[in-house]
Design a protein around this ligand. Structure first.
Ligand SMILES: NC(=O)c1ccc[n+]([C@@H]2O[C@H](COP(=O)([O-])OP(=O)(O)OC[C@H]3O[C@@H](n4cnc5c(N)ncnc54)[C@H](OP(=O)(O)O)[C@@H]3O)[C@@H](O)[C@H]2O)c1
Length: 278
């Protein structure tokens, strides 16, 4: 199967596919293995996992069994805030579980609440890059103030900020900031965490193009220059979510979806979440 979609340069010499498979809440074992194999067969080349998803082993196994050359794939994984104290150990654990020699994009998963520890972890992630263990360093759930702190601290500009983003939470201020500062943006929860049926407009707009609500929503992201990593464990949906490259939403339909923003988040608040799960 051919690779699908497009790629964007996020750091010198690093091109990131604009579409990937997300595997949060996908169980290690058959579920994660099958989802990744379905995705790679459908042409996805980016898989988004994390140490916190506890499925890196099955993701790695599926990647190896696909026989797709490693350099044609893009693996994102993430460092949990409770791992900030020993970044080298955490990264070595992810590399071992994934069974690969390097990570394409390594993200600080959440900022956490300890600024000093976060900035130190960011420095250590740069060291991993210098050692060739990761190709690009990024962050996740960082607000502008967290990005400003990194900037003031010096060091590398993050290649990517992965944040909750969908038509109900459009993150305009953050997106403008990232565009001005050369930081690419990836949307998590891009199809409303699956709450698509609660937003009839994306169904109506999709229908005009012979497309589904998920496809209309994902296309809106791509036309805004936002990377997407929709999650599914079902072959038909994994294929559906990748069938985005044979149509374009009109300017008017883009504007109608722009009008849906209501600042509504399904996620945790980065300003209070320290990485401990109740
Ligand atoms: N950085 C972070 O803090 C963070 C947080 C959350 C998520 N993420 C990443 O972002 C990825 C995506 O986010 P997400 O999983 O929260 O939400 P999402 O991708 O917006 O939505 C996933 C939900 O939609 C359903 N779905 C998938 N395709 C569909 C379709 N075509 N039609 C109808 N329903 C569909 C899935 O169910 P089925 O599986 O049953 O198809 C699942 O319930 C995650 O997997 C993870 O990689 C990152």
């Amino acid at each position: 199967m051919m690779d699908i979609g497009t790629a964007k340069t996020i750091a010198p010499g690093v091109d990131m596919p604009t579409l990937g498979l997300g595997v949060y809440k996908v169980e290690n074992g058959q579920e994660a293995y099958r989802a990744v194999r379905f995705a790679l067969d459908a042409g996805y080349r980016l898989i988004d996992t994390a140490s916190f998803y506890f499925n890196e082993e099955s993701v790695g196994e599926a990647i190896r069994d696909s026989l797709i050359p490693r350099e044609k794939l893009f693996i994102t994984t993430k460092l949990w805030p409770l791992e900030f104290g020993d970044v080298q150990k955490a990264a070595a654990g992810s590399l071992k579980r994934l069974g690969c020699g390097y990570i394409d994009l390594y993200l600080l998963h959440w900022p956490g609440l300890d600024t000093k520890l976060r900035l130190r972890a960011w420095e250590e992630v740069q060291e991993l890059k210098d050692k060739g263990k990761i190709r690009a360093c990024g962050v996740s759930n960082f607000f502008i103030r967290h990005l400003e702190e990194l900037k003031e601290h010096g060091g590398a500009v993050p290649a990517n900020d992965q944040v909750e983003l969908h038509p109900w939470l459009q993150q305009r201020g953050l997106r403008d900031y990232c565009a001005k500062n050369g930081i690419s943006v990836t949307a998590w929860g891009p199809i409303f965490h699956g709450h698509l049926a609660e937003e009839p407009l994306v169904g109506e707009i999709g229908g005009k193009y012979g497309k589904t609500p998920a496809q209309a929503t994902l296309r809106w992201h791509l036309q805004k220059g936002i990377n997407v990593i929709p999650k599914s464990v079902h072959k038909s949906r994994i294929e559906e979510n990748a069938d985005l490259f044979d149509f374009s939403l009109s300017e008017e339909d883009m504007k109608r979806i722009d009008g849906l923003d209501k600042g509504m988040s399904f996620g945790r608040d980065p300003d209070v979440f320290d990485g401990h799960i109740d």
